[in-house]
Ligand binder design. Structure first.
Ligand code: FE2
Length: 209
């Protein structure tokens, strides 16, 4: 697993930090797979955001949003989550509400309005076919576009976490196929440079060790 750089400090005040830790503790207690997924997505999102040359304050904000992006799933029963992606109509509607639910959980926490926006839109698609608002292209917050790619990769391509909800492993090349459709092409490029190449060289290094 890649490591989250520790110098990225957001939030910086103690009260808000405790709130973030509280949510992470709830996630870990509810569903270990969901907790691990949040950590992985945060790792990938930070690497991608740094590769895109974003200011560190923005990277830190994206890191926190990635860690908390699925806290709305705290309101979805594990019996439903375990069926992903094979939901009936009612379960799918409950699942899809997690974007708004997660964002709403952070209302009135000072300094979290940007994080809330990123969380609200992390399932929007580049072509406008996502949810909850069907935003399109650059109207989707950049942090949400980054999390969307990292979320897909961790859910569908990573053997370490995919077995809690997805049978079989999808190749990362499918992310390239979805560039310009589901994902922002600039984010896809940065993600491949920062994460896929990094993991490929790590794997090659281990094979030669
Ligand atoms: Fe999500």
């Amino acid at each position: 697993m890649l490591t989250i750089p520790q110098f990225l400090e957001f939030p910086s005040d103690q009260d808000s930090k405790e709130i973030v830790h509280f949510f992470l503790m709830l996630l870990e207690n509810k569903n270990k797979g969901l907790f691990l997924h949040s950590q992985q997505v945060a790792n990938y999102a930070v690497c991608t955001a740094v590769k895109m040359g974003l200011p560190l304050s923005e990277v830190a904000c994206i890191k926190t949003a990635a860690l908390l992006h699925d806290i709305g799933q705290l309101a979805v029963p594990n019996t439903t989550l375990s069926k992903y992606p094979y939901f009936n109509v009612r379960e799918r509607a409950a699942y899809r509400r997690h974007c708004l639910a997660g964002s709403s959980m952070l209302e009135n926490i000072p300094g979290f309005s940007h994080v809330m926006k990123i969380i609200l839109h992390h399932h929007e698609n580049w072509d406008g076919s996502g949810y909850p608002k069907r935003l399109k292209g650059v109207n989707i917050p950049l942090g949400s576009r980054i999390i969307a790619v990292c979320n897909y990769y961790d859910r569908k391509c990573k053997p370490c976490t995919n077995n809690w909800q997805w049978r079989g492993t999808t190749s990362p090349t499918s992310i390239r196929d979805l560039s310009g459709i589901m994902f922002d092409p600039d984010v896809v490029k940065a993600f491949f440079d920062a994460v896929i190449q990094n993991e490929a060289s790590l794997t090659a290094g281990m094979a030669h060790a």
